[in-house]
Design a protein around this ligand. Sequence first.
Ligand SMILES: [Zn+2]
Length: 341
Amino acid sequence: MLSIEGQTNITELRAGRDCSKNLGEELGRFVVTTMEIPWNVIREKLGGKPQAVIMVETMEESWLEEMLAKLPECDTVVGIGGGQAIDAAKYISWKRGIRLVSIPTILSVDAFVTPAAGIRRNHEVVYVGTSTPNPLVIDFEILRTAPPELNIAGVGDLLSIHTGTFDWEYAQSKGKSEYPFSAADVANGRKILGKLYTLLPEIHNQTDKGLLAIVEGYMVMNTLCLPAGHYRIEEGSEHFLFYELEERLKRPFIHGYIVGLGIYLMSQLQNNQFEKIKNVMDELGLKYHPADMGIHKEDLIAAMLNIKNFVAKKPNLWYSVIDDSEITKEWALNAISGLRF
Ligand SMILES: [Zn+2]
């Protein structure tokens, strides 16, 4: 296994087939945050006897605080599941100052590598606290019980380096970068992509190597983004289109899918190796077609026609190719002509 220098936000990575087996026996007094499906997958295998098993119902802060108040004495919290179960464990670890063990059972969101916990305060998502898994447990057998297309969705925020770095370079070229520009971070971000490109069939087929590549991609991204204090190498116009659609349609999306759609459209607006990144997404089997997400053609066109206006009204959205583009209906129709609705 490759060792990654720098601020990965992972104290120890434990990756392997069945590496979560009997882990509970070495943890002392621990509690588990999880949900029904992942807990059923792992409970026998984990071993040990948790002081409490908390089924995460919601990420509302008031619910989390009530749960914390009832929590038994413990030294470790183990988050088992997808984004919410892991974020609940991160919240407890931060609030109680206890050890965090993260066992993602699906890779569709990157909560298992990020320091802050995403919670809801009066229904709005806010990111609070810091936490670092010790260890992060990547059990390939467990991950392969998740729907493969959702693990593949985990590459969305890595592939967005393709459009994100372009936007950052573009902003810099116009003298509009919000952060000190780092050519090294851009180059190193593209190395993450380069590595993924060599492993497309492995990721598509959910091999050990493919699953590990997703996790390591995020760890390397942390080494670039955490010291910089921002995620500009992987967040740009492709995410902004998603924010527009989210506000317009008022419903959640599978993050990797909607980011994939953003990459598909914004790489065309950028004139940035569209065919190449499209082929990568197709080879991976990443779902990005509007039909995969129930997005209607008229809504997508309306979002594209409004995107420039949308980013202009949001000062927190960084300068990107969108700011200087004129998206006409004709352009939009052409850009979506290869998409399935
Ligand atoms: Zn993202």
